[in-house]
Design a protein around this ligand. Structure first.
Ligand code: HEC
Length: 178
């Protein structure tokens, strides 16, 4: 009888309440917030910059420089599009285009996006359906998406768009010209 009573009462507890805290300094963490000041590091910051010369896991160093006509042409010759223009990839390319490019380059790609027509963005975005862009190899368009235009009027999107999605956008931009 005693065993059964003990057994029943031991389960009769609020499952969301951990009960008695044995070592409070372990239960209630005092970890610093990323953006708060730190008295541990000499520079007073909690979130430290990565060591110089390191890159995130899975990332690769992009070997072509921005604002360099030579590097842009070189990227065009050397970078091969690994993404097939399948319906699924084109659908994702369209989705990515609508997130990252449509505001400037417009629905049909002729450069009449909302940021330009509303005068929020002063420079005329290039028409993507004209020969100036369409005669470029895939790698060059990939390069422009990655580091921006030579004049820097268009900024680079390399840090925002994963490489495979940049290629999907390239494939989609081809379909706009058809
Ligand atoms: C903030 C507006 C803006 C956004 C967003 C933008 N572009 Fe551009 N883009 C421009 C402008 C402006 C130019 C003309 C650049 C120049 O004359 O240097 C341009 C030029 C280009 C060119 C031709 C390069 C050249 O030298 O003219 C390509 C290709 C291009 N954009 C593709 C894209 C793609 C693909 C995206 C989406 C990933 C994108 N752009 C996003 C504004 C934008």
């Amino acid at each position: 009888m005693f065993t059964i009573t003990l057994w029943l009462s031991s389960c009769n507890k609020d499952k969301n309440n951990p009960g008695y805290t044995f070592v409070p300094d372990m239960a209630y963490t005092t970890a610093s917030k990323s953006y708060s000041a730190s008295n541990v590091f000499a520079n007073g910051l909690t979130m430290q910059a990565p060591p110089v010369g390191t890159i995130p896991r899975g990332a690769s160093v992009y070997p072509y420089k921005a604002k360099s006509p030579d590097d842009q042409l070189k990227a065009g010759l050397e970078l091969m599009n690994p993404i097939e223009a399948s319906p699924a990839n084109l659908a994702e390319g369209k989705r990515q285009y609508e997130i990252y490019c449509i505001n400037c380059h417009g629905v049909g790609g002729n450069g009449d996006g909302y940021l330009y027509t509303s005068k929020l963005f002063p420079a005329k975005p290039r028409s993507l359906i004209e020969p100036f862009v369409q005669t470029k190899p895939d790698g060059e368009i990939f390069h422009i998406i990655t580091v921006g235009s030579l004049s820097t009027l268009m900024g680079g999107h390399g840090s925002q768009i994963a490489p495979d999605n940049r290629w999907r956008i390239v494939n989609y931009v081809r379909t706009l010209a058809k």
